[in-house]
Design a protein around this ligand. Structure first.
Ligand code: GLC
Length: 450
């Protein structure tokens, strides 16, 4: 008897726990209101990340200051030299749009601390370099003019600011990790002042450039990290409240270290994961961020570029799990996209021109539809179209849709709306695809559901 009561008490406790944790909220917005606020974003599915800064000149990773343990003085040459003569965000915007991307997020300040915008609160900004321009303003105007939504990336980390205290990735703690070194370097630094600096800059970014659609704040350590930073260091709760006050419609990522709150961020940010890993995000609001090669900033000698097939797989797998893909370009120090990025964007544009209906407004398929071998599914709930992305094109042109018999009204190739003949085969539906594979790396079949 006693044992039973204990068990019941335990079970109810375990059942309550997650509910309590999920109930913790910062804002009064309901799930339905959130879905409405972010609807454009969940429909658009595909965005462009742009990492541009002083590190573009070093051309060997945006973490070069950390990787090579550079002091502010050693890094200064990149500031003195910064003069992207081919910087033309109108061209960037056209390239993004041609690739089928619908929104963009630009690094207004990365970990190096350099600001692409004309901030009142620092001298470490583009307007004080040879280029002498507010590059953020030009980006906003250009992308907006092309009808793309506009986002800002802002680094919480800052490897230049004099009040920013040491942590285990700061360039100055890499060689000497002793506490004595931390203490020495932290002398005179005041995170409270840095927190105010961030609030001031975020206020500038969210008040001087019109409507901003996305804010991407980067990043926080796992809780309990010995020399890390998070919620308290950034003043995350206050910061997020400020953001929402200044731009009520904005969509914010989840890297403020506010995981204990249900609404501490609008979307999860699986970074550089494989397509198969996205399955565990199915049903969550997420955006996977990915590079063309390994690095975010321009990396001249990095040669492991993803193929068109790799990139399409990431895009299709994101949508087939109900999420977004944001694909990064690291412009060169002259301010234009590297030829390899342009080539990749062109190849995506070719596919998207004919197949984007299987991406925009789409999500994962209803559970009753299983993906045939060698395919992935996406689904548009508004039009009731199911899309079969044929990764492995059958040599004999035969594709069996398992258990689909009686559920499908019409079948066609998506790229040209040409009819595909289908025949019942027991519970299955047997499709006869063209013997010659359509001219797309991953052709798509469109099924209209009954
Ligand atoms: C990381 C890196 C950074 C990059 C970002 C993009 O956290 O620190 O360099 O900007 O992810 O997701």
């Amino acid at each position: 008897m006693k044992k039973n009561i204990l068990l019941i008490v335990l079970i109810s406790f375990v059942n309550i726990l997650p509910v309590v944790a999920q109930d913790k909220k910062l804002f009064s917005e309901t799930d339905a209101e959130k879905a409405q606020r972010i609807a454009w974003w969940t429909d658009d599915r595909f965005g462009m990340f742009i990492h541009f800064g002083l590190y573009s000149e070093a051309a060997r990773h945006e973490w070069v200051k950390h990787n090579e343990h550079l002091t502010n003085e050693q890094y200064q040459k990149y500031f003195d030299q910064f003069d992207p003569d081919l910087f033309d965000p109108k061209k960037w915007a056209r390239e993004a749009k041609n690739a089928g991307m619908k929104y963009a997020v630009l690094t207004t300040k990365h970990h190096e601390g350099f600001c692409l915008f004309d901030s009142k609160y620092t001298e470490y900004k583009a307007t004080n370099t040879p280029v002498k321009r507010d590059l953020v303003k030009e980006y906003v105007d250009a992308f907006r003019a092309e009808g793309l939504k506009v986002g800002f990336y802002y680094s919480l980390l800052d490897w230049h600011h004099p009040d920013y205290t040491m942590d285990d990735v700061h360039p100055l703690t890499q060689v000497d990790t002793s506490q004595a070194n931390y203490d020495r370097l932290n002398k005179g630094r005041d995170m409270a002042k840095y927190r105010q600096y961030m609030r001031d800059q975020i206020t500038e970014l969210l008040t001087k450039y019109g409507k901003i659609d996305v804010l991407w704040l980067d990043w926080s350590w796992a809780k309990g990290a010995k020399h890390g930073k998070g919620e308290d260091d950034w003043g995350s709760v206050e910061l997020l409240k400020l953001v929402k006050k200044l731009q009520p419609g904005i969509i914010v990522n989840n890297r403020l270290g506010l995981d204990e709150y249900k609404d501490g961020g609008d979307f999860a940010t699986p970074e550089q994961v494989k397509p198969s890993e996205l399955e565990k995000y199915k049903g969550k609001t997420f955006e996977t961020c990915q590079t063309f090669s390994g690095s975010w900033g321009y990396y001249r000698d990095e040669n492991t570029w993803k193929t068109q097939r790799d990139l399409l797989d990431l895009l299709i797998s994101s949508v087939s799990n109900g999420g977004n893909l944001i694909l990064n370009v690291g412009p060169t120090a002259r301010g234009e996209f590297d030829y390899r990025a342009t080539r990749a964007l062109d190849s995506l544009g070719l596919w998207m021109h004919s197949n984007s209906k299987a991406i925009y407004g789409c999500t994962y398929a209803p559970a009753e539809y299983k993906a045939p071998d060698g395919t992935k599914l996406t689904y548009n709930p508004a039009t009731k179209r199911l899309y079969v992305h044929v990764f492995n094109y059958p040599a004999d042109g035969k594709l069996i849709l398992p258990g689909y018999q009686g559920k499908i009204k019409y079948v066609q190739l998506l790229n040209d709306d040409s009819e595909i003949k289908s025949a019942d085969a027991g519970n299955d539906l047997s499709l006869t695809l063209p013997a010659k594979k359509p001219p797309f790396e991953i052709p798509v079949i469109e099924l209209t559901l009954n």
